[in-house]
Ligand binder design. Structure first.
Ligand code: BTN
Length: 255
């Protein structure tokens, strides 16, 4: 095995605004790719679609990785895809049946246990840097999950009825990210798409998609080569959804 890129340098903090912002700051100062930022607590943790990411102090994993791949603009989405594969695989190695809910939520038994927020920043040489921010609910108790989210959110430790070693999990995740990042750098895009599809939670299921003012209902077919979700509507028409919120329509599974 070659030298690992991801995690060659790890910054650990007790408290930050957001690990993604710290990683952005480091990128602007010229930090090398593979730099990792970890925090025990975030005062301004962010999720996708402008949401807040809530995580009690010292319980979960809050991590950001700085990456500088040379990608064509229409392949940028693969950064998040390969990261979600790495994350799902790491959790699978702990015996969890982790699935990816498009675009990049990690579900265990249908409930979200981790999420990814990828952001972009240009460094001082105007070259593109990507910050992959990963939040994993590890040892947060059921009571620590906000009441209104309890039927949608899960935490790894409570599922197994034990406290998990966060450092071991981080180590496994960084290794898995490194492996998947190599696929991306060597342009093995097909392999990433294939791995992602194998882990996809939504494929073959009836879903409701909220896209701005529109609501679409149909069967999720998978993703296209741009990372958009393909939805087969009742009319037979196939819609392409590039971003949105998805709800599962529990009753209607397709054989
Ligand atoms: C989502 O599912 O909406 C994405 C959640 C991403 C949360 C992580 S926690 C570490 C990093 N720092 C942040 O502010 N957000 C990401």
């Amino acid at each position: 095995m070659g030298k690992l890129v991801i995690g060659h340098k790890i910054y650990r903090y007790d408290e930050v605004g957001s690990t993604n912002d710290v990683a952005k700051g480091l990128a602007l100062e010229g930090a090398l790719e593979g730099t990792v930022v970890l925090a025990e607590y975030q005062t301004n943790g962010r999720g996708r679609l402008g949401r807040t990411w809530i995580s009690p102090r010292g319980k979960n994993i809050l991590l950001s990785v700085l990456l500088k791949p040379h990608l064509e603009p229409d392949s940028v989405f693969l950064i998040t895809l390969m990261s979600s594969v790495a994350l799902a695989r790491t959790l699978a190695s702990y015996g969890f049946d982790a699935r990816i809910k498009w675009p990049n939520d990690i579900l265990i038994a249908g409930k979200k246990a981790a999420g990814i927020l990828t952001e972009m920043v240009s460094d001082e040489h105007q070259s593109q840097c990507f910050i992959v921010g990963i939040g994993i609910n590890v040892n947060m108790t059921q009571e620590e999950i906000p009441r209104d989210l309890r039927d949608q959110v899960s935490s790894l430790g409570p599922i197994k009825n034990k406290t998990l070693d966060r450092n071991a999990l981080i180590k496994g995740l960084l290794l898995s990210l490194d492996e998947n990042y190599n696929l991306l750098k060597h342009k093995h895009y097909e392999k990433i798409l294939e791995d992602w599809s194998t882990l996809s939670f939504l494929t073959g299921k009836w879903v409701r998609v909220f896209v701005r003012e529109r609501i679409l209902e149909g069967v999720a077919l998978g993703i296209d080569r741009k990372g958009s979700l393909l939805l087969k509507m009742e009319s037979g028409l196939i819609e392409t959804v590039s971003s949105g919120d998805i709800e599962l329509m529990e009753k209607l599974y397709v054989q």
